[in-house]
Design a protein around this ligand. Structure first.
Ligand code: HEC
Length: 308
């Protein structure tokens, strides 16, 4: 009986609260066990925790699903200059849409210079209702110049990648915000002369990146043959080094072709340095940077031999 009372005293919470230091005695063993478990986990995984074992967040840019299309070069459509002086309703509507999509983030939907992205800008984006104090000026030719070249130092980007006709449509829309100076024939002529508006702009041929890559490789058929041969060697080899190479390579073709294409890679340390800087670009997975020196030596020697 006496004993039972003793145990009850021991775990009586009111007693514990009176003397909180005893609480520690109760909790201590649990904390100790927890610390030991965490400690063991840490030591066991030390290598992974201390190395930068995060998957490297670079994606092989040649694996992109959407390549640029094959396009015959041509001419950016010539601008119908008559639209400038007498814009059609469709042209004005188009200008409004383009303005909304490209410019309103800074200049504001109503041209007050109060778009969401204007907050951090100094100078502020132009308020198109006020025609004083412009950098290039609110005349037609100056506005075209602004869109072609931007005012980079003040945070106004160049929009030379939009077609000239689209740029004219946006200028028309901006002009609807206030009473802008009339467009005079001379400004149209000089803008046309400077930027060839009525002749259109010549665009170069364009081929998909994949196709370009193939072309470059096939131009160098010796490298191609060696590369194919080396890939076969690795694929059929059961040695540890071959396995390691297969495991760490993202694209064996790239590993071998980039190695043979660059003479400076005959220096092992330089090669390792370059792979570490740009693993994906040279055909490896990002985690190749975790390899030790010895592993690198084996793998480097293997790559070199497979190509001979
Ligand atoms: C990133 C924000 C930003 C965007 C987007 C932007 N602008 Fe601007 N824009 C500016 C800033 C800032 C200025 C003021 C430049 C200055 O004071 O020199 C400016 C000035 C201008 C001016 C007046 C130039 C002058 O002579 O002072 C025109 C015209 C203009 N922008 C047109 C446009 C058009 C058209 C678009 C859309 C295609 C556009 N901007 C998109 C920031 C922007």
């Amino acid at each position: 009986m006496e004993r039972k009372n003793k145990i009850e005293d021991e775990i009586s919470f009111s007693e514990l609260l009176k003397n909180p230091i005893r609480l520690f005695g109760w909790i201590y063993p649990y904390i100790l066990v927890l610390m030991i478990v965490v400690g063991i986990f840490y030591v066991k995984n030390l290598t992974n925790l201390t190395y930068n074992a995060q998957p490297v967040g670079i994606v092989d840019s040649t694996l992109i699903k959407k390549d640029i299309p094959m396009k015959k070069g041509g001419i950016m459509p010539a601008v119908d200059l008559t639209l400038i002086k007498s814009p059609t309703p469709e042209f004005l509507e188009k200008g409004k849409e383009l303005y909304k999509a490209n410019c309103s983030s800074c200049h504001g939907e109503n041209g007050m210079g109060d778009g969401a992205a204007s907050a951090g800008l100094n100078p502020k984006p132009r308020n198109f209702h006020i025609l004083d104090g412009w950098t290039n000026g609110p005349t037609f030719d100056m506005m075209y110049k602004t869109l072609q070249e931007g005012i980079i130092k003040n945070g106004m980007a160049a929009y030379e990648y939009l077609s000239p006709q689209d740029r004219l449509a946006m200028i028309e829309h901006i002009r609807s915000f206030a009473k802008y100076p009339e467009i005079i024939e001379e400004q149209i002529v000089s803008t046309d002369q400077t930027y060839n508006l009525s002749q259109g702009i010549v665009l170069a041929n364009q081929i998909p990146v994949k196709k370009a890559e193939e072309l470059i490789l096939s131009e160098n058929s010796e490298i191609l043959a060696k590369t194919d041969n080396a890939i076969k060697i690795v694929a059929n080899d059961t040695t540890k080094t071959a396995k390691m190479l297969r495991e760490y390579a993202n694209n064996l073709k790239k590993v071998f072709s980039s190695y043979s294409a660059n003479k400076s890679f005959s220096d092992m340390n330089y090669y390792i340095e370059e792979v570490t800087k740009s693993p994906i670009g040279l055909g490896f997975k990002g985690r190749v940077v975790n390899l030790s020196n010895e592993e690198w030596q084996l793998m480097y020697g293997y790559i070199k031999n497979a190509l001979n």
